[in-house]
Design a protein around this ligand. Structure first.
Ligand code: ADE
Length: 228
């Protein structure tokens, strides 16, 4: 999958050189290109923002640098999807991650300040596919952290990125339930024992216990997921 990111803080994306995402890039499974929006701003101070038309607090990102940056990226593929992280967007879920993992080319446009001049969304929605996506009901300082979260959630679903695909199946949200608690050795730590059933070797009993734990945890922490 090709992923382009446009941001005024390219350094945030250094995190994607680490761990599984870094390995996936080294192996050519994820082709990530990070672009500094200021390289598309041509005045002396490389200005990317201005005061809101009509008044109000804060600053709004100017359309011209966004136009130049996106026009340079979009011809790289047939049918790219541009995602603008925004608290005003559709909420990102595991189901959306699965859907987006089928895309050939994602472009993340990271807004800052009070957001991006709305004509940028209109321009690219008319020319192709654009989505505003929120990672939750809270406000971040910009789209960078939200993009990293989405890139990781999508990237780990690409074939070959996670070594053992079985580990994708039993995770929280994949089945609609939260994951059951996990334990490793030693069997006793600070007087706390691993539940006996996990030491029993009885796989049917272990599966049943884990399922019960998932249902109980989901009912307690996220009853909304059960729809009751
Ligand atoms: N930008 C600021 N807050 C955000 C959020 N919750 N999700 C996505 N992008 C954002």
């Amino acid at each position: 999958m090709r992923i382009d990111v446009v941001t005024i803080f390219p350094g945030y994306f250094d995190a994607l050189e680490l761990s599984l995402m870094g390995k996936a890039r080294d192996r050519g499974l994820i082709d990530l290109h990070v672009h500094d929006l200021r390289e598309s701003a041509h005045d002396k101070h490389r200005t990317v923002d201005d005061t809101p038309t009509g008044g109000g607090a804060g600053m709004v990102m100017k359309p011209e640098p966004w136009g130049q940056a996106l026009d340079g990226i979009l011809p790289e593929s047939e049918d790219p999807l541009i995602i603008f992280p925004s608290p005003a967007g559709d909420v990102f879920t595991q189901a959306m991650a699965r859907e987006l993992a089928h895309e050939q080319h994602l472009v993340f446009g990271c807004g800052r300040y009070e957001g991006i001049d709305h004509r940028v969304f209109d321009e690219y929605a008319e020319r192709g596919r654009v989505r505003l996506v929120s990672i939750g009901d809270y406000v971040l300082n910009g789209g960078e952290v939200a993009s990293i979260a989405m890139i990781e959630a999508i990237g780990r679903l690409l074939p070959g990125v996670v070594g053992n695909p079985d580990s994708l199946v039993e995770e929280s949200h994949e089945s609609g339930l939260l994951e059951y608690p996990s334990y490793t050795k030693p069997a006793e730590w600070r007087g706390r024992r691993v539940p006996d059933v996990l030491l029993s070797g009885n796989h049917a009993a272990i599966d049943a216990w884990r399922h019960e734990q998932s249902v109980e945890r989901t009912r307690r922490v996220r009853p909304d997921l059960l729809g009751d």
